[in-house]
Ligand binder design. Structure first.
Ligand code: G6P
Length: 620
């Protein structure tokens, strides 16, 4: 989703801005742009193509300067066309003293009162050149500008409703960039004679590892080698006060991970799963609540139920964990889609462990759902998150950081399986505190977890067989996925993977529901993918498969080695390793990831950046 980079320096900063955008490309975008202060004027280049094309454009047009801002846009208000791409400039003469074209601005988020502001600014003489909600902020800053950009931004933010991270500079103050955030991520990068702004620290890798995480209500003044932060007071006074935020040294991690022998990041990330799970479990010598942070024990002891909040693939990780939490830890668990939970009336119980699951730690809906749960009087919060420095980790009292490493492919893979590993540890820790985990059981579970990297390698070795299936799938327009119990969320995740990257319509059902509707869709044209572990539900599942075969449906079954399901006419079987007990979902999701990946490759889609989707969804 939208990405921001900004800088003030004595050197030409355009290469740093463009490199920063490249590092943010993985978030998903449909246009991009850069603007600098050059020879006393605002100059910009914008493109609906890739950042590499923007790079050529800035070179051709000799766009250079020490003060600038850059942006990747994921369209919300207004189509992905050049005139809607950021940076936006203020236009129109406005009131006395205001000159056209002096403010340049980029924005991530959504301004909810943009229509009202647009009408007001139009009446004042401002001319709108785009359909975006963002452009109102450029004009609003211009309207408040009286020789001090910091003050103008402070005053403008008081009028904004919604979510934003912005970076702004002004033609009349050549060595200054001002940023502000409310609900969307923004960090400050500190270096000796330069200062930077970015949506995340990864964008500044190679430039600086000294980062300040800005908080909601912050307005920041950037000048070469120095910065100043003020925070809007929350007493309703509309006044600001100076704050000093900690400068943290973050581990420099490059977004430009090498592809190595792989065709796409998604394939690389699927194959990284043995390493990612190994890293995530590294250092886990035994089960103890403190794996989730100091002070976890009394919380785990007190809570009576678990409420999981998440979006997308992370939601399916939570849906899987519900089965574990109820069967192993015997704790009532509900799983809610974050964007639904935050807007519905629910019955809060203060003795709830609120668990958010998020790869990025920046998903706007999940962050808002967490705050909503807290506002309802549920103080015990824990996150399973892949980014240690993210807003979510800072917001939650307890955390387990998965070590999947940077995930570039929009379709989540290694983040999902590492989330499952973290959630299984949480299940065991809660089971222990609640007296449902003997030492023998703990040792057995840990042994199985440590063996996961080897077991995953065996599943990845099935890739050639999956490729043969993918070839057939690539000619279909619909697919059905079936699973039961613990593997129903895995079927859901398999269908999500297939639809998001191959654009084949896919749906998942708990197999027992087949006869209540979806069976009507079954024909030879509808492949039915089935997750068939050798668990207590296998015999029931086999009956469901018969229901499909009897209607001429074509079955594609991932069966554990020890199940007696053999290939026959209309029944294709890929044999998985032996049944892996409670951890089986972590293995069974992998061939579904591979099936989606190879089907998408066969159809020639943009696998790592599927149309319309973003990696990091920082707007509601
Ligand atoms: C987007 C991504 C998904 C991800 C979801 C939740 O839709 O494309 O891969 O599952 O957001 O993101 P999170 O970072 O909160 O896990």
């Amino acid at each position: 989703m939208c990405g921001i980079v900004g800088a003030v320096s004595a050197r030409n900063i355009v290469p740093v801005l463009v490199e920063g955008l490249k590092r943010l490309e993985y978030r998903g975008y449909d246009s991009c742009g850069v603007a600098v202060h050059q020879d006393g004027a605002l100059r910009r280049a914008r493109s609906t193509s890739r950042v590499s094309e923007l790079c050529t454009q800035v070179k051709t047009e000799s766009i250079e300067g020490g003060t600038g801002i850059a942006h990747t846009r994921w369209a919300t208000h207004g189509a992905p066309v050049v005139h809607n791409a950021h940076p936006h400039f203020s236009h129109g003469s406005g009131e006395v003293g205001s000159r056209p074209g002096r403010i340049a601005l980029v924005h991530n988020g959504i301004i909810e009162n943009h229509e009202e502001l647009r009408a007001e600014l139009t009446a004042r003489g401002y001319v709108f050149a785009s359909q975006t909600d963002t452009e109102v902020i450029a004009h609003l800053v211009d309207h408040h500008y009286d020789g001090d950009l910091f003050d103008a931004v402070r005053r403008a933010t008081l009028r904004l409703r919604g979510a934003y991270a912005i970076a702004v500079f002004c033609r009349d103050e050549p060595h200054r960039v001002v940023g502000a955030r409310e609900g969307s991520p923004l960090v400050l990068g500190v270096a000796k004679e330069e200062t930077f702004l970015a949506s995340d620290a990864m964008a500044l890798a190679g430039v600086t590892d000294r980062i300040v995480y800005l908080e909601d209500g912050d307005v920041v003044d950037l000048q070469p080698g120095r910065h100043w932060i003020e925070r809007r007071r929350d007493d309703g006074s509309e006044r600001f006060e100076t704050v000093v935020r900690e400068v943290r040294t973050v581990q420099a991690h490059s977004g430009a991970a090498e592809l190595g022998p792989y065709r796409h990041y998604m394939q690389k990330e699927i194959f990284e799963q043995p390493r990612a799970i190994g890293d995530t479990l590294q250092g886990v010598l035994g089960i103890t609540p403190e794996l989730f942070g100091d002070g976890a024990y009394p919380v785990f002891k007190e809570v009576e139920q678990v409420l999981i909040l998440a979006c997308g693939t992370s939601y399916y990780a939570g849906s899987t964990a519900k089965y574990w939490l109820e069967s192993i830890a015997k704790i009532p668990t509900s799983v809610e889609i974050a964007s639904e939970y935050r807007y519905r009336d629910s019955v809060p119980n203060p003795k709830t462990l609120v668990v958010t699951i998020t790869q990025s730690g920046e998903t706007a809906d999940t962050l808002a759902a967490l705050k909503h749960a807290r506002s309802l009087g549920m103080p015990h919060t824990l996150t399973i998150c892949n980014v240690a420095t993210s807003a979510m980790v800072r917001e939650c009292k307890l955390a387990y950081i998965t070590r999947a490493g940077a995930e570039i492919g929009v379709a989540s893979t290694k983040a999902f399986t590492t989330q499952l590993a973290g959630l299984f540890l949480l299940t065991l820790a809660l089971a222990q505190v609640r007296g449902h985990l003997s030492e023998e059981q703990e040792a057995e579970h840990l042994k199985a977890m440590r063996h996961l990297p080897v077991a995953l390698q065996a599943v990845l070795a099935l890739e050639p067989q999956v490729i043969a299936w993918a070839d057939e799938f690539s000619r279909k327009e619909n697919a059905l996925f079936l699973g039961r119990g613990l593997h129903y969320p895995i079927a859901l995740e398999g269908a999500l993977k297939l639809k998001e990257i191959s654009y084949i319509h896919a749906e998942a059902y708990p197999a027992g529901e087949l006869k209540h509707g979806p069976l009507a869709l079954v024909t030879a044209e509808m492949p039915v993918v089935t997750v068939a572990p050798n668990d207590a539900l296998l015999e029931k599942l086999k009956s469901n498969l018969q229901e499909v075969r009897a209607r001429g449906g074509e079955l594609y079954v991932f069966a554990d080695a020890d199940t007696r399901i053999e290939s026959s006419e209309g029944l294709h079987v890929i044999r998985m390793p032996e049944h892996y007990g409670a951890l089986s979902p972590i293995l069974h999701v992998v061939p579904l990831q591979l099936l989606a990946y190879h089907t998408a490759c066969a159809r020639g889609t943009d696998v790592d950046k599927p149309r319309n989707l973003a990696k990091s969804v920082t707007v509601e």
